[in-house]
Design a protein around this ligand. Structure first.
Ligand SMILES: NC(=O)c1ccc[n+]([C@@H]2O[C@H](COP(=O)([O-])OP(=O)(O)OC[C@H]3O[C@@H](n4cnc5c(N)ncnc54)[C@H](OP(=O)(O)O)[C@@H]3O)[C@@H](O)[C@H]2O)c1
Length: 400
């Protein structure tokens, strides 16, 4: 069973009536917003585990606020400092990548998968294997391992609840009983901070400019992805796997105000949209309370005040990322994983000041062209494709 089988919902509250939650990537943008919601309703939620990569200051603050059973830090060199900082509590502390997987495998009612990048794959899979209800923010894992993950989720009875505002919007207006009547998914995109810039100017932008998103406040990697439109490209692949829709039935529409979060078009011409102010706590809250709804601090939508909403087609010359996503889906197998891994390397190199903004798309395209896709038969094949793409992309950063 996965998200798309919304019937037969399994019990999601523990004996005390509180939902027991695990947050993978608790110190990031999505993780912190999840905690913001949980902290507002402590009578409804009990935290089992929190995980981070290296930000122990934030992790300790969250642990003291929420008193989880376990906190995990991926960076083993921080273990002692974390353990000491929580020495006066009964919170268990572990470290390392395997410990994060173990945390995901611990019994809980609900898991937020909000680690950034393919690094989140092992922990997300651990939660899938135990048939968990998983609020799914970590789109890169589905881009890499889509068919494997969807198959495993069905076998293990895991449910994937889409956190991405676009996929969450689609979920809210997708008629699962009559999916054959759906003619198109329309993912909206803000267009990012460089929507109106020339290519010549884009070549000169800095990481500081790229992470300053005009509408959303997010982690560095997804902010750069929004600026290149690679975020939307990854989301098209994510929607393809999550909603079992063919790529040609998934369109992208630029909508700078980010009020319409996405739409589903039906064969009779009806288009259903989900709207709201751009605040991730709305889709996170939808997943956290699911199958109910909850109050969130997101501002209510005032369309009269906003006045007008605008829409435009994405510019394929300025933003080739969407074409690369379609090429990767057409090639199939490990091609989406190759694109994702190359992009992770290129974005990090850009953030580190080692390459220019337009080098990101160049490296992504070069990797996709140079590395032949393999059939995605198992995780070993996926890991090898990921490693090769990272090696290739790193080498390309040196020639930038
Ligand atoms: N931010 C948004 O509004 C938004 C919206 C939709 C979807 N998403 C998706 O949600 C995911 C998280 O995005 P974000 O913006 O919250 O990212 P972020 O702010 O960069 O946070 C990432 C989280 O993952 C942890 N992490 C990073 N690398 C790790 C590793 N190798 N092993 C274990 N943990 C690791 C980080 O720990 P440290 O803090 O210790 O580094 C942090 O807790 C991404 O896949 C993104 O595409 C985000």
């Amino acid at each position: 069973m996965n998200i798309l089988q919304v019937k037969n919902i399994k019990p999601v509250t523990d004996k005390s009536g509180r939902r027991r939650v695990t947050i993978l990537g608790s110190t990031g943008s999505v993780g912190c917003q999840t905690i913001d919601l949980i902290a507002r309703a402590p009578e409804k939620y009990e935290v089992v585990a929190l995980t981070a990569r290296k930000n122990i200051a934030k992790l300790v603050e969250q642990a003291r606020l929420l008193r989880p059973e376990l906190v995990v830090i991926a960076d083993q060199s921080q273990y002692r400092a974390l353990k000491d900082a929580l020495a006066d509590t009964n919170i268990a502390v572990t470290a390392g990548d395997k410990a994060i997987e173990d945390a995901a495998a611990l019994d809980s009612d609900w898991v937020m998968s909000a680690i950034v990048g393919a690094a989140g794959l092992p922990a997300t899979l651990a939660a899938v294997r135990r048939g968990a209800v998983i609020a799914f923010a970590n789109k890169e894992t589905l881009v890499c391992a889509g068919p494997l993950m969807m198959r495993l989720a069905a076998e293990c009875g895991a449910q994937l609840l889409p956190v991405d505002s676009e996929h969450n919007a689609i979920w809210q207006v997708f008629d699962f009983e009559r999916r054959e009547a759906i003619s198109r998914l329309i993912l909206t995109a803000s267009g990012g901070p460089f929507r109106t810039m020339t290519r010549a100017d884009m070549a000169k932008v800095t990481p500081q400019q790229a992470v300053k998103h005009p509408v959303w406040s997010m982690g560095a990697k997804i902010s750069v992805d929004s600026a290149t439109l690679m975020n939307k490209a990854l989301e098209v692949i994510e929607a393809h796997f999550l909603f079992h829709m063919p790529p040609e039935k998934i369109d992208v529409l630029v909508h700078p105000q980010s009020v319409v979060h996405s739409m589903v078009e039906y064969e009779d011409g009806s288009v259903l949209a989900q709207m709201g102010t751009p605040d991730m706590r709305t889709p996170i809250g939808y997943c956290l309370a699911w199958p109910k709804r909850m109050q969130t601090p997101a501002a209510k939508l005032d369309l009269a005040k906003i006045g007008h909403l605008s829409f435009e087609a994405p510019d394929p010359e300025k933003f080739p990322a969407l074409r690369l996503a379609r090429d990767a889906m057409k090639a199939g197998g490990t091609a989406p994983a190759t694109l994702n891994a190359a992009n992770e390397v290129a974005v990090q190199a850009f953030l580190d000041g080692r390459i220019g903004f337009l080098d990101i798309e160049r490296i992504n395209e070069a990797a996709l062209t140079a590395l032949s896709p393999m059939p995605l038969t198992d995780l070993d094949v996926l890991r090898e494709a990921d490693r090769s793409a990272r090696r290739y992309a790193e080498a390309q950063t040196l020639s930038a």
